[in-house]
Design a protein around this ligand. Structure first.
Ligand code: COA
Length: 360
């Protein structure tokens, strides 16, 4: 038995390929390195949905309309729901969307995390949620609904790049969960809720917060090598380094590092914060090379995600919701692929409990 199902092939997909040996992520035949410099999030939704859902020729407008459509649900968030963690609150609001297999359901599901996350964060602060503006880009509108002001070009472009970077990633745990539910023909909302429930776990989508805790712990540039050395000596893992599949590089880390540098050049990141992060990254890579020479341990997606989402004004406990804003389109595309072409997923277990007593 293989309890983690490593190396078990459970689906054929045309959506994405995580090539760990070469440090490459390919989405529908195009490398992520190229997609992050050329594509809007809306274009990624179109790319992933192509052949699985009937997509309107004006997808940005259709998605804008879907944001407006789901906003009404934010008004139904009562004090009990607002007191939940942001990802639990998001899941509760998304559960109010009806199930279906059509493009309308799909777009409402894509819109929901982008609309509900800012609304919940504002309600928590005692502020009114801000209604969506269908005419804006998805990333731009999300930041406007969070802060109340139109973001700079660099801020909107940084969030767009983040959403493109995390949109799909092979058969990760949340995508697998979404496909299992889709294999029962339960509907897209049910599949997305399964994906979101899997994503919230700290072993999957909940890791970037601890990267910031590590930067806080290190404190100053000069202290980085000694602090990291001590952490390793205590048997701790350095947050934001290493990956189960990527062996040479995590292409998502490179994509986000570029976005963080762009934000920094525009003044949206305090120079000291970036300098500290770069010193910690370099010290960590040097240390890991020395202490774990047999294991290639490179910077992973979470390291620069943490800096990027912090700079855009998202609180640490909402980082998983922003991850869901991007990954939701991947879950939907995989759910459709599974529902259209796959069979009911029903593996076997090995019974290791007591056996019935045989009557004498
Ligand atoms: N810091 C220190 N050591 C690390 C490490 C890290 N970030 N990541 C892996 N290692 C070491 C382990 O201690 C282990 O060493 P050992 O063989 O001497 O015991 C070896 O590398 C293999 O660890 P393993 O847990 O089998 O690797 P994995 O490939 O299954 O782990 C992660 C992948 C992501 C879970 C792991 O790299 C990690 O915990 N990273 C930190 C958390 C993180 O950034 N998570 C976000 C992932 S996107």
């Amino acid at each position: 038995m293989n309890s983690g199902l490593e190396d078990v092939i459970a689906a054929e997909t045309v959506l994405s390929d995580v090539d760990g040996a070469n440090g490459r992520l390919v989405i529908r035949g195009i490398s992520l390195d190229e997609l992050v410099t050329t594509s809007s999030y809306e274009e990624m939704v179109g790319l992933l949905f192509d052949g699985f859902l009937t997509v309107s020729h004006d997808l940005p407008r259709a998605l804008g309309d879907a944001r407006v459509e789901v906003f009404g649900h934010a008004a139904t968030a009562d004090a009990e729901l607002v007191a939940l963690s942001p990802v639990d609150g998001l899941r509760a609001l998304m559960a109010r969307l009806g199930d279906g297999e059509d493009i309308g359901t799909a777009l409402r599901l894509v819109a929901a995390p982008a609309v509900f996350t800012p609304a919940l964060l504002r309600l928590r602060l005692g502020l009114e949620p801000i209604a969506p503006d269908f005419s804006l880009g998805h990333a731009q509108d999300t930041l406007r609904m969070l802060t109340g002001t139109i973001p700079t070009k660099e801020q909107a472009s940084a969030l767009n790049r983040y959403l493109v970077t995390v949109v799909d990633h092979g058969l990760n745990a949340s995508t697998f969960a979404a496909r299992v539910v889709a294999s029962t023909q339960a509907g897209l909302t049910s599949s997305v809720l399964a994906g979101l429930s899997a994503l919230k776990g700290p072993l999957h989508g909940g890791a970037p917060g601890p990267v910031l805790d590590m930067l806080d712990g290190v404190g100053t540039l000069q202290d980085a090598p000694a602090w990291l050395d001590d952490a390793l000596a205590r048997g701790e893992r350095l947050m934001g380094f290493g990956h189960r599949v990527y062996r040479v590089r995590d292409p998502r880390a490179d994509a986000l590092k570029g976005a963080v540098r762009m934000l920094s050049a525009s003044g949206a990141i305090e120079p000291g914060r970036l300098a500290l992060a770069e010193a910690v990254e370099q010290a960590a890579l040097d240390l890991l090379k020395r202490k774990k020479p047999d294991r290639p341990l490179e910077t992973n997606v979470e390291f620069y995600t943490a800096l990027l989402l912090e700079a855009l004004g998202f609180p640490r406990d909402a980082f998983t919701c922003v991850f869901a804003m991007g990954r939701v389109s991947g879950w939907i595309a995989h759910a459709r692929e599974q529902a259209l072409g796959g069979r009911l997923i029903r593996p076997k277990s090995v019974y290791v409990g007591p056996v019935p007593k045989v009557a004498a």
